[in-house]
Design a binder for this molecule. Structure first.
Ligand code: GTP
Length: 595
């Protein structure tokens, strides 16, 4: 039987995951830096040449220990571009262990704790890896203390290393095979394999990354997706080294790719269990929790004739993005499109940029909103993800907004300022715990206040040190109103927003001023108005064009919000003609520029 170790890496952004993975590949597969570079470059060229996206999401490494014993290490990366919890969860469910990589110049971050909790729930072996010890300000001792006190896992196996210089990497490999358990399962049992990831390849059709729990799989095998009862024939299979290497067979415990003999995408495969058609198992492997989107926005193809292409592209993206929700939408102003649900702003940004880069489809997006729960007078409950569909006021009994529980981890000196913004965001404190050098606090804050710029503000006031993890808690009754925006007397449905009553007037004034700044002048005066239930509550006017050119009033910034805006700005030529006025894309994002 092969000696196998399946593991994944948990790390906060920039703590060194990529560098460490490269280092492990280099060390085990005997690649020189140059070869490594060429290898990566090769596959990128291939991608470019064929216009396809093949990405090694797992690598099988061959490790020989000092007794000449051979181990196959399957290192499963969190797929692609996303650094979301559910992506991490997906990779973790195919592993027996994780490397918890922590930058010893930075320490533990809130997100790291959340990911560790997942790993603990899945009963995985967690191996702490203290990285960047080559740096003068590295403080492994403090990080070890924090791991013990905050994450509460044993530290006796922790490895100190530098992914950059290679120091400690041999020790790390030794520890991996020593403490991460051999996968269980039996080759004699009927096939059970979990689809960890799945993507569409123009030439091969659907490709999936799988982890075999029981049994084995070979070319031409007829397989069955247990839940959907769909049947496929395996056209080819193999492993990534990181190149795609075909194999004759894959066995229990192994991680590899399979090519289904199908180009038809009619379902999301990620999380499904595969079995053999001839000798099927009935038992589903634990499926990943489907995470509900947290924010919703309308996406509309900039060129309406690309609607069908746009729809197909979204379907392809959904193959490996189980959290992307789509539903046909129709805006009076922007035409046919999709209402899409995302996990957060970063997710939304990624989907938009993939549509543009991979499918050449430019989209206009409306500002994101959270989902509201509306109790109608007839006692029906309506889940509202689109403010333009807000029901008539006299039919509403109660409006409830989503609240999130936020866990913030920060160095002590920023606590005061952070409490201030939490209060500003209508937060209520739940818990605050002082550790040696940092503080962990929990607040309940309306989700709508978090999604726009809370994270950015947190990073700004803490010079980047505070970290945030949040999750939906419950819906709570709140004093909310719908604000409509009219440009040149036309109600722009995609600009409607839901706001707390307390902030309604202030924010209405802000948003019309923002729109005024962004909109080009025309040959005539353009009124911009904000209204609640058809009563105008704020108004401004864009004066008709005289000689001067249009002003541009936005500046760059490092934050995510600003980056999004910048992207929108790039599409500045995107002007939508509505009535006899031209509205630039940024107007639909004006809510971001209110602060
Ligand atoms: P994301 O891909 O953004 O999630 O980041 P990551 O966690 O993969 O981090 P990455 O490997 O890209 O490393 C971030 C930065 O830290 C890079 O500039 C690396 O060169 C540097 N770095 C990583 N490991 C070490 C180390 O051991 N020592 C030093 N000095 N720098 C390191």
């Amino acid at each position: 039987m092969k000696n196998i170790r399946n593991f994944s890496i948990i790390a906060h952004i920039d703590h060194g995951k990529t560098t460490l993975s490269d280092r492990l590949i280099q060390k085990c597969n005997g690649l020189t830096k140059r070869e490594m570079f060429n290898q990566v470059l090769d596959s990128m060229d291939l991608e470019r040449e064929r216009g396809i996206t093949i990405k090694a999401q797992s690598v099988t490494l061959k490790y020989i220990d000092k007794n000449k014993k051979i181990f196959f290490l399957n290192f499963i990366d969190t797929p692609g571009h996303v650094n979301f919890s559910h992506e991490v969860f997906r990779s973790l469910s195919a592993c027996e262990g994780v490397l918890l990589v922590i930058d010893t110049t930075q320490g533990i971050e809130a997100q790291t704790i959340a990911h560790c909790n997942y790993a603990q729930k899945l009963n995985l072996t967690i191996l702490p890896v203290l990285n960047k010890i080559d740096l003068p300000n590295s403080n492994p001792k403090k990080v070890l203390e924090d791991i013990k006190n905050i994450i509460k896992i044993p530290i006796q196996d922790a490895v100190q290393c530098s992914a950059k210089t290679g120091q400690g990497i041999s020790e790390l490999l030794k520890k991996i095979v020593q403490i991460i358990p051999q996968p269980s399962g039996n080759v004699q049992n009927s096939l059970q394999a979990l689809i960890i990831d799945s993507w569409f390849d123009k030439y091969f059709g659907i490709v999936s990354l799988i982890r075999i729990k029981n049994g084995s799989l070979k070319k031409k095998d007829k397989i069955l997706i247990i839940r959907t009862k769909k049947i496929y024939i395996i056209e080819n299979l193999g492993i990534f080294t990181p190149k795609r290497m075909p194999k004759d067979k894959l066995y229990n415990g192994e991680v590899g790719w399979i090519i289904f003999g199908s180009k038809k995408i009619d379902t999301t495969l990620v999380g499904e269990t595969i079995t053999s058609y001839k000798n099927p198992s009935n038992t589903l492997l634990p499926k990943f929790k489907k995470i509900k989107p947290k924010i919703y926005a309308g996406l509309f193809p900039f060129e309406p004739k690309k609607y069908i292409l746009f729809r197909d592209a979204l379907n392809k993206l959904k193959l490996n993005d189980i959290s992307l929700f789509t539903e046909p939408d129709n805006s009076k102003i922007l035409g046919f499109g999709f209402r899409c649900g995302f996990l957060g702003l970063l997710h939304m940004e990624i989907v938009q940029s993939r549509l543009e880069r991979e499918y050449n489809i430019k989209v206009i997006s409306t500002a994101p909103t959270v989902i509201y729960e509306i109790l109608l007078k007839n006692n029906q409950i309506l889940l509202l993800d689109n403010p333009s569909k807000f029901p008539k006021l006299d039919t509403i009994k109660e409006i409830r907004e989503p609240l999130a529980i936020c866990h913030i981890l920060t160095p002590i000196k920023y606590v005061g300022e952070i409490i201030k913004i939490c209060i500003q965001k209508r937060g209520t404190q739940q818990k605050i715990i002082y550790h040696d050098t940092c503080v962990s606090m929990s607040y309940i804050i309306p989700l709508s206040e978090i999604i726009l710029d809370f994270f950015d503000q947190l990073k700004t006031i803490s010079s980047g040190y505070a970290s945030l993890e949040y999750k939906f808690k419950k819906f709570k009754k709140s004093d909310l109103v719908k604000i409509d925006i009219l440009i040149n007397h036309i109600k722009i449905d995609s600009l409607s927003m839901i706001q707390h009553k307390k902030n309604a007037l202030k924010n209405s004034k802000k948003i019309i001023e923002v729109i005024k700044k962004i909109m080009p002048r025309h040959q005539f005066n353009i009124p911009i108005q904000a209204s609640i239930s058809n009563t105008i509550i704020a108004r401004t006017t864009i004066k008709q064009l005289r000689k001067n050119v249009i002003e541009k009033c936005y500046g760059g910034d490092i934050s995510r919000k600003k980056k999004l805006l910048k992207q929108q700005k790039k599409g500045k030529k995107k002007m939508k003609q509505i009535g006899n006025v031209n509205i630039p894309q940024e107007v639909f994002f004006s809510i971001f520029q209110m602060n």
